[in-house]
Design a protein around this ligand. Structure first.
Ligand code: GDP
Length: 451
């Protein structure tokens, strides 16, 4: 998918101005490109930060720090030179352009990491972890990605695969010496061995749903009739004044979103128009349609009721239409005199809150986490977060379960081996020593340039 024998260059730091901007060069010609940029005849000293005047295109020059990481001990496994210059977009582009003039080519998105993968510096899980780490928006996401970068998930898969390989060796030995009887391993022993391995996979997959939430984030729609305090609660949760708060009913006609860190899960709160049976005009009607559509795709709905006023038919309709989906009910305005009691209305699970004073907000957050993850909190970093890994692990589990049943039934070893090898192929696809082209595309195309 990419050429791998030439020298690539890109700005590695984000667009815009900063104290420092980094240009990265990788490939066989990197030391020469760097020496040319620094106006030197000799290559730089390896692994030493070297202060030099760098000349970019159009005579744009800067004082920069250049570091040469000789192959293979570099990020990509090829020669890499990193040039830390002042973080001016004009200057960094001029340096890149000069590097192009010295024989480098502009890197495609993800191409540095792709080279690291091809050179065996990292496996596919780690390449995906690099992207997740760069894109993390909550500390828990970053921790999960870092664990995968460190090889925690790969290590656990390798361990499981090693146990399988041990079974495979003994089953194959049985095939090779059919006269010895069954054989090097009793069928029941094989089934037990496979059970233990399936249990290990189950352990990995147990928190996969929560892991996916952590990696991908979810949206929560805020619903309720007008004026119950949806926008106020949205703001209180987002701790920012993004939404219009007003005493006039029906003013939130468009969708307003804010992503918050809810116990490590990036949750996009969607403040929707108050849904009620009698919209004033077409604009409000449109807002209500969008609110209903948003609710349909959200992972959970936060229903806001007004404790200071009697419940209405609109409240009842909202409660009825969300009965079978994950939801949290907030009885808001607890600071005002109560017009009803949630325990007496069959709403024992409602959280009593006040957007105005902040009372009950911590409970509300905890209830939201529980509604989204099925757990009180996500204290442990989930090992599996990526849907690609979840699917392959699930497929492997299915194949191993089939192998276990076959072994328990005393089915000939060939059939057991077939299912085991399907499971092992899934493991291989996760860590990806030989990734298929479309898988590689799907992964590396989503990288940013310079990574
Ligand atoms: P929305 O139409 O449901 O989005 O409701 P808003 O957030 O715009 O709030 C409607 C009115 O209720 C505003 O005047 C808010 O200041 C007020 N309000 C919202 N939450 C509370 C609360 O917890 N306590 C009190 N006393 N007033 C609140």
């Amino acid at each position: 998918m990419f050429r791998v024998d030439d020298t690539i260059v890109a700005i590695a730091t984000p667009q815009g101005r900063g104290g420092i901007g980094v240009v990265r060069v990788s490939g066989p010609g990197a030391p020469q490109v760097a020496a040319a940029l620094a106006g030197r005849c000799e290559p730089l000293e390896p692994r030493r930060a070297t202060f030099a005047r760098v000349l970019g295109a159009h005579e744009a020059a800067d004082q920069a720090i250049l570091t040469w990481f000789p192959a293979p001990r570099s990020y990509t496994g090829d020669h890499v030179v990193e040039i830390s210059a002042h973080g001016s977009p004009v200057l960094l582009r001029a340096i890149v352009q000069a590097a192009l003039g010295h024989g480098a080519r502009l890197a495609e998105p993800g191409e540095f990491t792709f080279r690291a993968y091809l050179n065996g510096r990292i496996d596919l899980v780690q390449a995906e972890a690099v992207r997740d780490l760069v894109e993390a928006v909550t500390p828990l996401q970053a921790r999960a990605a870092f664990d995968q970068l460190e090889g925690t998930l790969t290590g656990r898969i390798v361990e499981i695969d090693r146990a399988l390989l041990d079974l495979v060796a003994r089953l194959e030995a049985s095939l090779d010496f059919p006269d010895e009887g069954y054989h090097f391993l009793e069928p029941a022993g094989v089934a037990d061995g496979l059970s233990a391995i399936v249990a290990r996979l189950d352990g990995l997959l147990a928190h996969a749903a929560a892991g996916r939430l952590v990696r991908e984030g979810v949206s929560v729609a805020i619903a309720g009739r007008p004026n119950t305090g949806k926008s106020s609660l949205f703001n209180a949760l987002a701790r920012a004044d993004r939404s219009i708060v007003t005493a006039l009913p029906g003013t939130t006609r468009d969708l307003v979103t804010e992503t918050i860190d809810l116990d490590g899960v990036p949750v996009t709160l969607v403040d929707t128009a108050g849904v009620h049976a009698d919209p004033a005009d077409e604009v409000e009607q449109e807002g209500i349609s969008r609110a209903v559509a948003t609710r349909a795709v959200a992972a959970a709905v936060l229903i806001v009721l007004d404790l200071s006023r009697a419940l209405t038919a609109d409240d009842a309709a909202t409660l009825a239409s969300t009965r079978s989906i994950p939801r949290v009910i907030a009885a808001n305005k607890s600071d005002l005199p109560h017009a009803w009691d949630h325990r007496l209305c069959g709403l024992e699970d409602a959280v009593v809150v006040s957007a105005a004073t902040g009372a009950g907000l911590a409970d509300l957050r905890a209830m939201l986490v529980a509604a989204l993850t099925g757990r009180e909190s996500l204290r442990d970093v989930p090992a599996v977060t990526n849907v690609r890994h979840v699917e392959l692990l699930t497929r492997a589990r299915g194949a191993l379960e089939r192998a276990r049943v076959s072994a328990a039934d005393g089915t000939p070893e060939e059939f057991v081996l077939l299912d085991i090898s399907e499971a092992r192929a899934c493991f291989e696809e996760i860590t990806g020593p030989r990734g298929a082209d479309d898988v590689l595309h799907a992964i590396f195309d989503r990288f940013c340039i310079g990574k």
